[in-house]
Design a protein around this ligand. Structure first.
Ligand code: ZN
Ligand code: CA
Length: 374
């Protein structure tokens, strides 16, 4: 089952405005965990090693918005509501929940690392715009402003979004004895009071050992879902409750562009624009989606073309003649082509001349830097 995802980064120009790479990393970790491809699955204790589950659910960033237009799958909205992380914040932007899993990324998720709702709690149509996951930016992915310890937060929240309770039951308070009186409605997770630390051999409610390493624990050493939890999540995603079953259709995959992603934009950036002869420029391809070949015309007579990402996606190039250069990038994804030019992007100066003499008799703009040798 494939679920289209959209990230809404709600930020106030602070560190909560996390990078695309951090969001891509979050999706990678989510898929790794849901497909049981995490290497630390090997650390699951013997009692549960035989019931770790591949959920068989995959998450992909949308490439088409609700109107069918190209999107990166990442929206960025400036608002001080990032410090609230509440329903008002969600009201800033919401995409139909029968097409996307909405994930709002913000500075403060209403006091939590993240939160969401079970499908049944938002099944009413008037609650549709509440449906999705709110997560703190610094608990998203494992890189940038987040870290490894926090990186399973999205895995945990998606578990709830797919109808899992905490292992100790419906409440939000682990570690209390009354939790032995309630259940998570999953037969292969032992009844437990719930854990807030990685007490791997911990036992409660008269078990031999609790499933402390479950993603639906608060133990911060989560590594697994159980087979029973997989069954429950797969039931949720094929159920009409909260329209989950509409997400996984081929029609919706085409509508959201998680199948056959369109070629949306050709774009690139450089690490410098003004330089002396012999300096090297690093080019970074920002084109999307699904680029498979690149042609770089550096404007100095050199053209680099090919389909090896390691060589052709983000090339570096050294300019050996003074002058001003327009750089053009052409990209293809196999079904279409796009091209972008950045006029007079690169200015290369002699190494033994000041910038100002070089300007005489020439047309600008010229850089203020100099390339004198001392
Ligand atoms: Zn939870
Ligand atoms: Ca159970």
């Amino acid at each position: 089952y494939i679920i289209p995802v959209v990230f809404h980064v709600i930020h106030n120009n602070g560190p909560e405005n996390i990078s695309n790479d951090q969001l891509y990393n979050a999706i990678e970790i989510l898929n790794r965990d849901f497909r049981r491809q995490n290497s630390d699955i090997a650390l699951v204790v013997d009692e549960f090693a035989d019931i770790t589950a591949d959920i068989g659910i995959e998450f992909r960033l949308a490439t088409k918005d609700p109107q069918g237009n190209c999107t990166s799958g990442i929206n960025r909205i400036i608002s001080a509501l990032t410090y609230e992380g509440d329903s008002d914040m969600k009201d800033l932007i919401y995409w139909p929940r029968n097409k996307y899993l909405n994930v709002w990324v913000c500075a403060d998720a209403a006091g939590a690392a993240g939160y969401t709702n079970l499908p049944a709690n938002v099944s009413a149509s008037w609650l549709a715009s509440e449906d999705g996951i709110v997560i703190r930016a610094d608990y998203t992915g494992a890189i940038g402003t987040s870290n490894n310890t926090r990186s399973r937060t999205l895995t945990h929240e998606v578990g709830h979004w797919l109808n899992l309770y905490h292992t100790w039951g419906p409440g939000n308070n682990p570690g209390v004895s009354t939790n032995c009186n309630q259940d998570d409605n999953v037969s292969d997770t032992p009844n437990t009071i719930g854990w807030t630390s990685c007490t791997i051999a911990g036992s409660s409610c008269n078990n031999s050992v609790d499933n402390v390493q479950n993603y639906m624990e608060y133990s911060y050493c989560s590594r697994m879902f159980t087979v029973g939890q997989a069954t429950r999540m797969r039931a949720a995603v094929t159920s009409s409750v909260a329209q989950r079953n509409q997400l996984i259709t081929t029609n919706n995959h085409n509508a959201t562009g998680v199948l056959n992603p369109p070629l949306c934009a050709a774009d690139f950036s450089v690490d410098k624009t003004n330089m002396c002869i012999g300096e090297t420029v690093q080019f970074t391809d920002l084109s999307y989606h699904g680029i498979t070949s690149w042609t770089w015309n550096f404007g100095d007579g050199i053209i680099l073309t090919g389909s090896d990402p390691d060589v052709h996606r983000n090339p570096s190039h050294t300019f050996t003649t003074p002058g001003t250069y327009t750089v053009t990038l052409s990209v293809s994804n196999g079904s279409g082509d796009l091209e972008v030019s950045q006029e007079n992007l690169i200015v290369v100066l002699e190494t033994d001349e000041l910038a100002s003499p070089l300007q005489e008799g020439s047309e600008g703009p010229w850089p203020s830097s100099t390339c004198s040798i001392v």
